[in-house]
Design a protein around this ligand. Structure first.
Ligand SMILES: [Zn+2]
Length: 332
């Protein structure tokens, strides 16, 4: 049993409270490798932002859970070395699919876990969520649960259709599970292809796809039922078209990739939403920088040559999100 507090991590309780009160959202960035982790920590330190390092099932399969957990421990020390004496870093399990997965992460030193029972029948979701919460709270680990179903594909979490969260269920769910935060479905979606072209309109000026707006009425109704309760948005990458263009101009073939406009995320961050998950934008920034670098330097073969600009590009993107979209800068 590893005590996350001993390795310098924090849970989400205090930071969510401050975020709800302050009208901003905490960034939750997924990581699978060292360059991503370095970019996230550099961005968080430079902007004085709390940050959630998220580990998905795909990341655990790819990188090994033990390595990821020690990287998070290293991240705390790295942040201190970069000049942040008291970093606020959460190590969070993204989309835990069972009680056992959540328990193993808690035992390993995670300070926060998500149990995602959103695809299960309502009562079954409550039962397992409650079981995770009871175990997690013994160790002061915070728990995110989910109601409503997001469309899209994220690692092994995928759904063809989305169902908005039903505001009439949230009080019962939050009370009976005892969860610390609630992920809801209001039209965000996993992955880089968030919407089918037929769901979008076309901007006559640019010819680009414009996605349907988020269901702010659902968010408002949920916030009214649970005043001050931390709400989480998954699938909130913006899929910057500049990055998609760089990828496509350098041998890529991303067709009709479309995300959530940043103005809508900013609006959500100012309301009850206090955690916004961003994964695909980091993948796009990294891939665009690597493709561009290799196209311009066909003789390069040292991974450090192309991973360095990739890391810089991710860092720039993370800083942009923190400062211009979530508003979590200068909060340490
Ligand atoms: Zn998600």
């Amino acid at each position: 049993m590893v005590d996350y507090k001993k390795i310098g991590l924090v849970n989400t309780r205090e930071m969510f409270k401050k975020a709800v009160d302050g009208g901003y959202a905490i960034p939750a960035f997924n990581f699978n490798n060292m360059e991503q982790m370095q970019a996230i920590i550099q961005a968080a330190v430079e902007t004085k932002s709390p940050v959630i390092l998220q580990v998905s099932k795909g990341a655990r399969d790819y990188a090994n859970p033990t390595l990821l957990r020690y990287m998070a421990e290293g991240a705390v020390e790295y942040a201190k070395e970069l000049g942040c004496p008291n970093p606020q870093i959460v190590l969070h399990l993204d989309h835990g699919d069972s009680f056992e997965t959540c328990k193993s992460c808690i035992d390993m030193g995670f300070s926060s876990v998500m149990y995602d029972g959103s695809a299960l029948p309502y009562e079954e979701n409550i039962r397992i969520s409650r079981q995770v919460v009871e175990y997690a709270h013994k160790y002061d680990v915070t728990v995110e649960c989910e109601l409503g179903v997001l469309a899209g594909v994220e690692d092994e979490v995928s759904s063809e259709v989305s169902h908005y969260t039903k505001p009439e269920e949230v009080i019962d769910f939050a009370t009976r599970t005892g969860c610390d935060s609630l992920a809801i479905s209001i039209g965000t979606s996993h992955g880089a292809y968030k919407f089918k072209p037929e769901q979008c309109t076309v901007d006559p000026q640019t010819g680009r796809l414009v996605p349907p707006p988020l269901a702010f009425d659902v968010l408002e109704a949920v916030a009214k039922k649970l005043p001050g309760f931390p709400i989480v948005l998954h699938g909130s990458s913006s899929v910057p078209q500049e990055e998609v263009d760089i990828i496509n101009a350098n041998g890529g073939a991303l067709k009709a990739a479309v995300g959530i406009p940043e103005e809508q995320l900013r609006k959500a961050a100012k309301s009850a939403v206090c955690k916004i998950n961003i994964d695909s934008d980091s993948r796009l920034a990294m891939t665009a920088a690597i493709r561009k670098h290799l196209a311009e330097h066909p003789d390069h073969f040292d991974p450090r040559q192309y991973l360095k600009p990739a890391r810089e590009s991710m860092k720039k993107m993370y800083i942009h999100k923190i400062v211009n979209v979530l508003g979590s800068n200068d909060k340490l």
